[in-house]
Design a protein around this ligand. Structure first.
Ligand code: CA
Length: 228
């Protein structure tokens, strides 16, 4: 497993790369946003740890440009305390998770492992072949989604959430249950993350995102997927 660490704080780079290598990861480092983007765009990493405040190009810009170039490698964003980053904005640009500095290295490792586990690229085709609803087709093996026969770009977490909802269709899932099942850890204090990802799935897949037919809200309880 190869991880790209895009971070300009030398001390943190040393600590994190040592620790990740000890855990058996190959670690590639970039110390500014431009280099980070170039390395990430090669698509040869399983995960990107991306600092928000970087010289030359911000983490948010790197994230957005990668997604626009169809690089769907999972991204864990690092933000410093006090940086007024709107989490929703970051998720909107395609980051899969967040961690605020200072953090415990154990916490970072837990997030890294959860993202890698949930990444469609590492699911090894264990999921059933495909599923369709409305004008949407999902290919679980290839982790590809199309609407009206045109490809739809989903982040790793959006795809995992969709997959979970579809595989457990008809059942109501609370936000906490979705956090556990899809994100795979329970340290995330904020169930708002689930709402944001649901909103983006609706935006991308529903004919009328304001009146979703398939990804439904069950008031006071959570969400459920309704389809054949
Ligand atoms: Ca920084």
């Amino acid at each position: 497993m190869r991880i790209l660490l895009v971070e300009d704080e030398k001390g943190l780079v040393i600590t994190l790369s040592d620790r990740l290598r000890n855990e058996g990861f190959e670690v590639d480092v970039a110390d500014d946003g431009e280099k980070g983007f170039e390395k990430a765009a090669s698509g040869s990493h399983d995960l990107i740890i991306l600092d928000l405040m970087l010289p030359k190009k911000s983490g948010l810009d790197v994230c957005r440009d990668l997604r626009q170039n169809s690089v769907n490698t999972p991204i864990l964003m690092l933000t410093a305390k006090g940086e007024t980053i709107d989490k929703v904005l970051g998720l909107k640009l395609g980051a899969d998770d967040y961690l605020t500095k200072p953090f415990e290295v154990m916490e970072l490792l837990a997030r890294v492992e959860a993202l890698l586990r949930r990444s469609p690229a590492s699911s090894n085709g264990a999921a059933p072949g495909g599923f369709s609803f409305g004008n949407v087709q999902i290919d679980f093996k290839r982790a590809e989604v199309a609407k009206n026969e045109s490809p739809v770009e989903l982040s790793a977490m959006e795809f995992k959430l969709l997959q979970f909802l579809v595989e457990n269709r008809g059942e109501v899932h609370s936000r906490n249950e979705l956090l556990d099942a899809v994100w795979g850890y329970d340290a995330m204090p904020n169930t708002r993350t689930v709402d944001v990802h649901i909103a983006w799935l609706r935006q991308k897949l529903e004919e009328n995102p304001k009146r979703p037919k398939f990804i439904q809200t069950v008031h006071g309880l959570g969400y459920k997927f309704v389809g054949l």
